[in-house]
Design a protein around this ligand. Structure first.
Ligand SMILES: [Zn+2]
Length: 366
């Protein structure tokens, strides 16, 4: 009784398309909501700023510290080009390690990850730095500069940080240390389908830390992420070699943290895109309990590493936990300024001027 469809070709490709549709997903841009959030936020942040102008941490201070409220925000000072280590360690200590001990516990790090030993060292030194032993930073630098065992890196002995201690270098080599934290990497399915030969393949893969972004046709962090995982066509087929294969992603996890890194070669993101939006919150969609269901998960920005001018790095942190106190609001840390103190900033909009290029987001469980 079936309708006699003459076009066999189409029905075949529809059957195959159905397979790839199983892993189809989409993001919706929620610009209107973000605009509103932005408006209400600026008021809140102004109030926060006023509050911060007053006393920091009224209780639990020794009498000397109480005279100068800023002393409790004393943090790492710049020394011998240490700014990339200063900025990375500020993020790691103040918004990750100190605030989420269980998650960043070195004992729970993944044994089979090549960076595990280095991660354990990082945690040890984070504790030293929390105890104001800022010189320990150079211990970490030294350690990452040592050639590590061949079994970790393949055949040759190489060091994680190839630049000598006290030399200029990049911050991007430090961030993958977080990969050995259980739950920082997260899984996705990569589905691909060839419109020419009909070959269909689904692979399980991992996003590693940080997720790299190129600035292509994207004018916000949300759209950079969306375009990273959206369906793309025109890939060369590994079966028939026709350039007619499409690929798409399906996220399986919602990790507690997302870290994005822009490869801008030091260029200002805002100069490339005048209207670039540094989203303070983004949303991702992951697979739900059924094949069709998608769950939206919100993330809030908690820190950035910035590149304000050539060969200098700073960091910004939201609600940092410093010496067991939480300081509300956004703070900028430029180790070469203000004697290494954290300085309150009137909201994240001020930090955008610092040219942020590494972004740390935390899952919003509310
Ligand atoms: Zn093919």
């Amino acid at each position: 009784m079936s309708k006699k469809t003459v076009n066999g070709e189409i029905s075949i490709s529809q059957t195959n398309l159905h397979d790839i549709k199983k892993i189809e997903f989409s993001f919706e841009n929620d610009d209107s909501q973000s605009e509103n959030e932005k408006d209400s936020q600026s008021n809140v942040e102004e109030n926060e700023f006023e509050k911060n102008e007053g006393n920091f941490f009224e209780e639990d201070l020794d009498p000397d510290q109480h005279k100068d409220p800023n002393t409790c925000l004393n943090w790492i000072k710049y020394k011998e080009n240490s700014c990339r280590y200063d900025s990375f360690m500020t993020i790691f200590c103040l918004v990750l390690f100190n605030k989420d001990e269980g998650f960043f516990n070195p004992e729970l790090s993944e044994d089979n990850d090549p960076h595990t030993e280095q991660y354990k060292m990082l945690c040890k030194i984070a504790m030293d730095i929390n105890n104001k032993n800022f010189e320990a930073l150079f211990k970490l630098w030294n350690y990452l500069n040592l050639p590590i065992h061949p079994s970790v890196t393949g055949t040759t002995k190489v060091s994680i940080d190839k630049e000598g201690v006290g030399r200029y270098g990049s911050v991007s080599i430090l961030i993958p240390l977080l990969n050995s934290v259980y739950g920082m990497r997260f899984q996705y399915l990569l589905g691909s389908y060839c419109y020419t030969c009909g070959d269909n393949k689904i692979q399980r893969k991992f996003f590693h830390v940080p997720i790299n972004f190129e600035l292509i046709k994207s004018n916000s962090i949300q759209s950079c992420f969306d375009s990273k995982i959206k369906k793309t066509d025109g890939w060369k087929c590994f079966k028939c070699e026709d350039k007619n294969r499409s690929e798409q992603y399906l996220l399986l996890d919602s990790p507690n943290y997302l870290v994005f890194y822009f490869e801008t070669e030091g260029k200002r993101i805002q100069k490339i895109y005048n209207d670039f939006k540094f989203d303070e919150a983004i949303t991702i969609s992951k697979l739900g309990s059924t094949r069709e269901e998608r769950i939206k998960v919100k993330y809030n920005l908690i820190g950035t590493i910035n590149y304000p001018y050539e060969n200098h790095f700073t960091s910004s942190v939201k609600d940092p936990m410093i010496y067991e106190h939480i300081a509300d609001g956004w703070y900028l840390h430029d180790s070469a300024l203000n004697d290494g103190r954290l300085v309150p900033r009137n909201g994240f909009c001020n930090i955008v001027k610092e040219n942020p290029f590494v972004f740390f987001y935390k899952i919003d469980l509310n």
